[in-house]
Design a protein around this ligand. Structure first.
Ligand SMILES: [Zn+2]
Length: 500
């Protein structure tokens, strides 16, 4: 029988820690549900002891997710483990993931502990976590820079104390495939119990080797890989889930493993993450980049037309990529819209469907052809909207190449209309300045972007704005066929999230 590889997705924990990738609770739940649909075995939902917000989101994800295990991270500290268990205990399949650093440099300078005390602490905390939670994973932080004899010793102790999964992470992205393979084989030889539990790996991409290292570890006996969607994560990120899965699928002849991943959900998951965080992947990114399935050169196009396999090692359909075909227009009815949603894998409750249909109608009025990408954008936009303190009533922009741009924006703040007027060099800047005049607080614009959802000059503009207020970042998104309106909506969305 083929070896089963378990996918442990840490997009919501390690991924969320990466700059610009923070998400609110609603967004995390949305993503968790999509990860479940994708078929990941474990969802690492957060680090419960790190903040009240993290605790709450772990708790809500634990209650929502039914098919995947929900893991929660905790330092090998009693207080952390208590919080972790409190947050995750409602899950159908809960897991506490506890860790302690094992490299000399970390033990000496970070923990300021003697190696023998680190072993004692790990053993004691794994035993405690196991008394609460049926499944405990132990990680040796900075394992690849740790002494293999020491690792074998600490692993045996924590396995005796109840750990069911042992993670050997390349925390700093330092190892290479051959070295990692030999390292894991060596620890397996030195340890008495390691072969009786699941070996997990967690690789960082500082040298661009996260995926290659993960594959080497699988060859060395690991059966759980920790990874993230689009490879997001600390610094250069983690191993990308979509790359690992497709390598195992396309090169089944080499790896011969089984996974529980439904590859047709890959694109949707990647797009959802991008639309939530506003951090897009580079166009040439493997599997999920915009150009990953584009054949540009004439000779390639000709080849693919006569037989796809001439230049295609996997089909776009296998990762759930639907080309932007025209799907619906202004005459499409509710029924056709519902059918389309179902074919795209969305099953909405009646009132959600009503709202989405209303948005679709508005869009179809101004845009002749509505593509799959537009529909995905409508759904994502609708699902992350928070209760708004400031609402847009109307705006007027006067702009041209021979006049100064002026903007007048009217907002409704808790039932009362307020108007702001501003002049600036361009329409977006003028609109944002006009809004600033209506706000009670002063926020700082940290990042602004706008991109089109599909092709054509009538495409939906999708704007992402990051603002700073009292040392916190807030992200807002807005969508409209009018790019100034998209920007205004994004800015208000960010401001409103301060109050949400
Ligand atoms: Zn990590």
């Amino acid at each position: 029988m083929a070896k089963r590889i378990n996918f442990f997705d840490t997009t919501l924990r390690d991924g969320e820690q990466s700059p610009g990738c923070s998400m609110n609770i609603k967004e995390k739940i949305l993503l968790a549900k999509q990860l479940e649909k994708l078929g990941v075995d474990v969802i690492e939902a957060g680090f419960a002891a790190s903040s009240e917000g993290d605790f709450e989101s772990v708790q809500m994800i634990a209650n929502e997710v039914k098919n995947s295990t929900v893991a929660v991270l905790a330092r090998a500290v009693k207080g952390d483990i208590d919080k972790a268990w409190e947050a995750v205990k409602g899950a159908t399949k809960p897991r506490i993931h506890t860790f302690i650093a094992t490299s000399d440099i970390h033990m000496k300078y970070k923990l300021k502990m003697e190696p023998e005390d680190v072993i004692k602490k790990a053993e004691e905390m794994v035993r405690y976590a196991s008394s609460l939670c049926p499944e405990v994973e132990f990680s040796a932080e900075d394992a690849t820079r740790s002494n293999p004899d020491f690792l074998a010793k600490i692993f045996d102790k924590v396995i005796e104390a109840g750990a069911k999964i042992i993670n050997i992470p390349d925390t700093v992205g330092y190892t290479t495939p051959d070295e990692y393979y030999n390292f894991i084989m060596d620890i397996r030889k030195k340890s008495k119990h390691l072969d009786s539990v699941q070996i997990s790996v967690h690789c960082h991409n500082d040298l661009g080797l996260a995926v290659a290292n993960t594959l080497a570890a699988i060859k060395a006996g690991a059966t759980q890989c920790e990874c993230t969607i689009n490879g997001i994560g600390e610094r250069a990120g983690n191993a990308a889930l979509e790359e690992l899965v497709m390598i195992m699928n396309v090169r089944g002849d080499i790896y011969g493993v089984e996974t529980g991943i439904n590859t047709k959900e890959i694109m949707k998951t990647s797009h959802l993450l991008t639309s939530i965080t506003g951090v897009s992947v580079q166009p040439n990114k493997a599997i999920v980049g915009a150009n990953a399935f584009a054949h540009e050169a004439g000779i390639h196009q000709h080849g693919v037309l006569s037989n796809r396999e001439t230049y295609e090692i996997m089909t776009p359909e296998s990762v759930g990529l639907t080309m932007n075909k025209m799907v619906l227009g202004k005459h499409s009815g509710r029924h056709a819209f519902k059918d389309k949603l179902q074919s795209m894998g969305y099953d909405l409750a009646p009132e959600e469907l009503d709202k989405a249909f209303e948005e679709f109608k508005k869009l179809a009025d101004v845009k002749k052809q509505v593509f799959d990408g537009d529909i995905e954008a409508i759904l994502t936009d609708r699902e992350v909207k928070a209760e708004d303190k400031y609402k847009l009533v109307r705006f007027v922009i006067n702009s041209g190449n021979t006049i100064t741009t002026t903007a007048s924006v009217v907002l409704n703040k808790e039932g009362q209309d307020i108007e702001g007027i501003a002049v600036a060099g361009g329409p977006v800047d003028a609109a944002i300045r006009a809004i600033d005049k209506c706000l009670d607080i002063e926020v700082e614009l940290a990042d602004y972007s706008i991109q089109s959802v599909t092709e054509g000059t009538d495409a939906l503009g999708y704007s992402i704005i990051k603002i700073r207020y009292k040392d916190h970042n807030y992200i807002g998104k807005g969508m409209s066929i009018n790019i100034v309106e998209a920007s205004i909506k994004a800015y208000l969305n960010a401001v409103n999230s301060i109050y949400a």
